[in-house]
Design a protein around this ligand. Structure first.
Ligand SMILES: *[C@@H]1O[C@H](CO)[C@@H](O)[C@H](O)[C@H]1NC(C)=O
Ligand SMILES: *[C@@H]1O[C@H](CO)[C@@H](O)[C@H](O)[C@H]1NC(C)=O
Length: 216
C-alpha cells in the first residue's frame, strides 16, 4: 500500500503541474543562446557581457502574413526563437491575419494563456472547457475588443466580416506551443491506427479515411 507521504508527494506534484506556467527568472535577463547544444528547460543564457539592445528587439509585425492557404489565416509568432531576449521571461506576441471568412482552426497552446485584441475586422471566437462539461464560450469581437483563451483550452478565431481582419495576441509563455487539432489527430506521422480513430470518433472507416486524406 502507498504510504501517506508518497500519496502527498504525488498530489503535490500533480498540483504543481496544474500550475505549470513558465518558471520565474532568477536574474534580470537570460538572452537565449539558440546555438548552444546544452539542453535545459528553455535555453542557456548568452554571456550577459555580450548582450546588446538587439537581443531584446524584433521587427516586422507591421507586415501582414500571407493568408492564401486552405484556412485563410496566418499567424506570425514572435517567440523565443525569433526574439531571444524573452527567454525565461514568460511572454511572447503574435500577429494574426485573416482573409474574409478565414479561420484560425481549432487549436490549443499547451504552455500558455492567450490574450487577443482585434485591430481590424470582426472575429467570432470561442473556446471549449475540459470534460465533462465541454462548454463552449463564444463571442463576436470588434475592433478594440479583448478576449482571453485560458491555457490548454481548444479554441478558434473566425473572420465573419467581409473584409480582412487583423488581431494581436500576447502569451504568458516564451514558447506557448501549438497543437492544431485536425493536424494532430488526422495528420500525425506515422498515422494513428484507423481502428483507434473509428472508436474515438464513433464513425466508420470511410469517414476516417476521408478525414485523414485532408491532413496528409
Ligand atoms: C504566412 O505568411 C508568411 C509570410 O508571408 C509566409 O512565409 C508563410 O508561408 C505563411 N504561412 C501559411 C501557413 O500560409
Ligand atoms: C459542469 O456540469 C455539471 C453538471 O451539469 C455542473 O454541475 C457544473 O456546475 C458544471 N461546471 C461548470 C464549471 O460549469
Amino acid at each position: 500500500m502507498a504510504s501517506p507521504f508518497l500519496l502527498l508527494a504525488v498530489l503535490a506534484l500533480a498540483f504543481a503541474q496544474a500550475l505549470a506556467f513558465d518558471p520565474s527568472p532568477l536574474q534580470d535577463f537570460c538572452v537565449a543562446d539558440l546555438k548552444s547544444d546544452i539542453f535545459i528547460n528553455g535555453f542557456v543564457c548568452k554571456n550577459p557581457k555580450l548582450v546588446m539592445a538587439e537581443d531584446f528587439f524584433s521587427s516586422g509585425l507591421n507586415i501582414a502574413g500571407n493568408t492564401k492557404n486552405k484556412v485563410g489565416s496566418n499567424v506570425t509568432l514572435v517567440n523565443v526563437m525569433r526574439l531571444p531576449g524573452v527567454n525565461t521571461l514568460g511572454v511572447s506576441i503574435a500577429r494574426l491575419d485573416y482573409a474574409p471568412y478565414g479561420l484560425n482552426p481549432l487549436h490549443t497552446h499547451p504552455r500558455g494563456t492567450e490574450i487577443l485584441t482585434v485591430i481590424e475586422g470582426t472575429l467570432l471566437v470561442g473556446f471549449v472547457t475540459s470534460n465533462p462539461n465541454n462548454t463552449l464560450f463564444l463571442k463576436t469581437l470588434r475592433v478594440g475588443d479583448v478576449f482571453v483563451f485560458p491555457i490548454g483550452m481548444i479554441h478558434f478565431q473566425f473572420n465573419v466580416g467581409e473584409g480582412p481582419a487583423v488581431a494581436l495576441a500576447g502569451f504568458n509563455s516564451q514558447n506557448p506551443g501549438l497543437i492544431v487539432v485536425a493536424d494532430a489527430v488526422f495528420g500525425s506521422k506515422p498515422p494513428i491506427p484507423v481502428e483507434v480513430l473509428e472508436k474515438s470518433f464513433q464513425v466508420g472507416k470511410d469517414v476516417i479515411e476521408e478525414l485523414m486524406a485532408q491532413f496528409k
